[in-house]
Design a protein around this ligand. Structure first.
Ligand code: ES4
Ligand code: ZN
Length: 326
């Protein structure tokens, strides 16, 4: 009970959250009806029952299907608004939110549709309760380098609203170096950089994210334990890892939460953070991820406080703003 109270009371930052992965089944079904989109689900329970994944790809197939109901500006507003309300509830005082432009542009829905929807919700939450947010534009790595360049080009009018670029989707067979030139261009435009690496992919992909993409954080990175030299480099650089416990269990990266390696990453001196990834698909928002760790691992209250402090240290907030929360 004391641990539950601590988790609830601690101010936290969320650093690894796909806004399209916060689409709850209720909103998905409502938007399908609104736009006359046919989904292979008759009821909300059918949607929830479908969320049993064997690996990353089996999840991504349903994630892209779900996102197909997002059509107009109001849909993107509602998606973002619902997530920001969860932030308020979970004491997520700062959120660095990823969005996947290509998930929408590939369907003919452009930046001029989703960006105003996102920004209207962000402005409202900032005004109503002082919510702090920033945006990370993530490239789909199963698509081409050319498509990523086109996405960066299409984002030009919106760059003042975007802090960083990221890299997500199917990891195996799509190593970070495939996007080295895109990330170099993004860097030249003043954008910060993160990349998913070492979720399903090998430790070499984490090296590639560091060396070829010049990232400030690694999303997931749990496979770093396979490479002692990499562990040493990550610790020495204090390179943040945005670990997503419930995601890793749902996607069978670990067979059970008690097998999760987050405490050994922490004990090795890495700058580890806890994050929700795709909360509506993986069974919970940020506090649920902390609760799942507390339920299955011998985590101490001090370690929980360290993880929350790390989330600010690893954030893209300015140093003076970080200091308010650490
Ligand atoms: C994702 Cl968990 C995960 N991994 C890679 N790409 C993604 N996109 C949304 N969630
Ligand atoms: Zn992710």
């Amino acid at each position: 009970a004391a641990t539950a109270e601590l988790i609830k009371a601690l101010p936290k930052a969320e650093l690894h959250l796909h806004i399209e992965g916060s689409l709850e089944p209720e909103l998905m079904m409502a938007l399908a009806a609104k736009h006359h989109v046919t989904l292979p689900y008759a009821t909300i329970d059918d949607v929830r029952r479908a969320y049993n994944f064997d690996n990353l790809q089996s999840f991504l197939d349903l994630y892209y299907l779900g996102a197909s109901v997002l059509r107009d500006e109001d849909d993107f507003y509602r998606l973002m608004w619902d997530y920001l309300c969860k932030c308020k509830e979970d004491k997520v005082v700062h959120a660095e939110i990823m969005f996947d432009p290509q998930t929408h542009t590939e369907r003919g829905i452009g930046f001029e549709v989703f960006m105003p929807g996102f920004m209207r919700a962000i402005a409202q939450a900032e005004k109503e309760w002082g919510q702090s947010t920033l945006l990370i534009m993530s490239f789909l790595r199963h698509l081409s380098e050319e498509s990523a360049f086109e996405t960066l080009e299409a984002a030009q009018p919106y760059l003042s609203m975007i802090t960083a670029v990221g890299l997500d989707s199917s990891e195996l067979g799509n190593p970070p170096q495939k996007f080295a030139r895109v990330f170099a261009k993004a860097k030249s435009l003043g954008l910060l950089r993160v990349a998913h690496a070492g979720e399903e992919g090998p430790a070499e992909y984490i090296w590639s994210a560091l060396n070829d993409l010049d990232v400030h954080r690694i999303d997931h990175g749990v496979r770093s334990v396979d490479d002692p030299a990499l562990m040493q480099t990550l610790a020495q650089k204090q390179m943040p890892l945005t670990v997503c416990p419930l995601s890793n269990i749902k996607l069978c990266v670990f067979s059970h939460m008690r097998e999760h390696n987050i405490l050994s990453l922490l004990d090795s001196g890495l700058l580890v953070t806890v994050n929700a990834d795709d909360p509506s698909y993986f069974g919970g928002y940020l506090n649920d991820n902390y609760h799942a760790l507390a339920a299955h691992l011998p985590i101490t209250q001090e370690q929980i406080k360290t993880l929350a402090a790390n989330s600010f240290k690893a954030s893209f907030l300015a140093q003076d703003k970080k200091a308010l929360w650490i």
